[in-house]
Ligand binder design. Structure first.
Ligand SMILES: [Cu+2]
Length: 493
């Protein structure tokens, strides 16, 4: 039994937020409000030295989540809710963070997509400070850059599917940009997650646009390789902690422009989402405004990717926003969008199929030449540990004793992600955003991200200039891949 199922029981949900206003926002989310401008951040105190109430408090503790009628999940979450509270911060305004851990295991709380020092980034590989079991950690940090970020557990659960990213320890972080040009009537935050994980040897097929040659290559490799190791499947799917049709709908009015911030909060799954009867106008990827906003019917979100998209509500009715994969949608991956004054059964319309292309959001101009190009070749050792696959970068699984590769602050580097496996990998660079410069052979510029999904047997090049010193982790955000070798460290000097 991986995650205990229990009969629904009424529990008292306490809010543990301290020192911060708690308000009810759209979709029943609680929000940690930003400190008023000027009242925080002028102390210049070292991490842990600040006194008084914190600006942001996250309490890690067991929580029961009613995801569907008569179906409650027992997991670990932030502040007694899943997803955790929306953390709203202001770009460049320092905050004091209090982390409490009411569980028996040490935790790491990672600020995903933020440029913060390694000691508060929340990754053990970077020697960040941990939140001890039944202990507390306090520090100060300056939130940047602006946009949709998130916070999540960064421990290594390995084969324990009750820990880390498999739990409810994830929450949106929205950093109010210094200049917000957005024009919208409603802002809605949606975070997906899967529940009741189980091990399976069935391979996840990512067949969206695999070529016949790639299929043949995979078949040939399968013949000479050991059998595939364990993969993970899930029984239940949610958006904002509710299965499709169980939670409150997203309520809209005809004529409104609704800005959706959508987060793939999965431990291991890449995802697609569509809103029946409505196209999305994508304005930001991973929280960063794109040079060329574009209309799309289907959103592609690798694990940990975020998309900000505006939808014009001009098709009154009751609609399903959900995954085009019928089984997963039936098992909960969706949410109802309901126009005022409309009722009835929510409608689902199968969206047209079209391969996701990051470059449509980019520019065609030439980019600056890097000082160095660093190839990162992704490999897979089928059943490498005996039961789990192992993952390699340039032929090696992660070795914590190996010296990290040194990079110089401010210099422009090009990383070439060369995926020599048939899986899609949502790879993530900590403490930095990178610029997509080549996607599957097509040059591009101006699209800034911190996670990019690299399809099987394809290459993506990204450029970045590290802005902060210290250890910087690069890894696949698929939890099982990261835990079994798919990571490497840079040291910025
Ligand atoms: Cu991966």
């Amino acid at each position: 039994m991986l995650l205990g199922r229990m009969r629904t029981q009424k529990t008292t949900r306490r809010s543990f937020l301290a020192g911060a206003g708690v308000v009810l926002a759209g979709c029943g989310q609680k929000t940690v409000q930003p400190p008023p401008q000027g009242t925080a951040g002028n102390s210049g105190a070292a991490a842990g030295a600040a006194e008084g109430p914190a600006d942001v408090t996250l309490r890690i503790a067991p929580v029961l989540v009613d995801i569907a009628k008569d179906h409650t999940i027992s997991t670990i979450g932030y502040n007694g809710q899943v997803p955790g509270p929306l953390v709203r911060l202001r770009e460049g305004v320092p905050v004091t963070v209090d982390l409490f851990n009411d569980t028996d295991a040490p935790e790491f709380v990672h600020w995903h997509g933020l440029a913060v020092p390694a000691d508060v980034d929340g990754a053990p590989e970077e020697k960040s400070r941990m939140v001890p079991a039944h202990g507390q950690l306090r520090y100060r940090m300056t939130p940047q850059p602006g946009g949709a970020r998130f916070v999540h557990s960064h421990v290594m659960p390995m084969s324990d599917l009750n820990r880390g990213a498999y739990t409810g320890q994830f929450a949106f972080v929205y950093i109010e940009p210094k200049n917000n040009p957005g024009r919208y009537d409603q802002e809605i935050f949606l975070a997906t997650h899967e529940w009741e994980p189980f091990f399976t040897t069935e391979e996840e097929m990512d067949d969206t646009d695999i070529t016949p040659a790639e299929k043949a290559r995979k078949a040939a490799e399968d013949k000479k390789n050991k059998p595939n190791g364990w993969e993970i499947g899930y029984q239940r799917f949610t958006i904002n902690g509710k299965a499709l049709g169980y939670g409150e709908p997203v309520r809209v009015k005809e004529g409104q422009r609704v800005l959706f911030h959508i987060l793939n909060g999965s431990a291991t799954e890449n995802l697609e989402l569509a809103l029946s009867g409505h196209p999305f106008r994508i304005v930001a990827l991973d929280g960063n405004p794109v040079p060329n906003p574009q209309m799309v019917d289907v959103l592609s979100l690798g694990t940990a990717e975020r998309i900000s998209a505006v939808v014009e509500m001009k098709n009154p009715g009751v609609w399903v926003l959900g995954t085009p994969h019928d089984d997963d949608r039936r098992n909960g991956m969706g949410i109802v969008v309901e126009y005022a004054g409309r009722g009835g059964v929510p409608r689902w319309i199968k969206p047209p199929r079209k391969a996701w292309d990051y470059t449509i959001f980019g520019e065609t101009r030439a980019v600056a030449e890097p000082v160095e190009t660093i190839p990162l070749v992704f490999g897979k050792i089928n059943g490498g540990t005996g039961s789990f696959n192992q993952w390699t970068i340039n032929g090696k699984t992660f070795d914590e004793k190996a010296a990290p590769r040194t990079l110089q602050k401010g210099k422009r580097y090009r990383l070439v992600f060369d995926n020599q496996t048939d899986d899609s990998h949502p790879v993530h660079l900590h403490r930095n955003s990178f610029e997509l410069t080549n996607v599957y052979g097509k040059a591009t510029a101006g699209v800034m991200k911190d996670v990019v999904l690299v399809k099987g047997y394809r290459k993506i090049a990204v450029d970045f200039a590290p802005s902060m010193e210290g250890l910087t982790l690069f890894h696949c955000h698929q939890q099982l891949h990261m835990d079994y070798g798919f990571k490497t460290l840079f040291d910025v000097t």
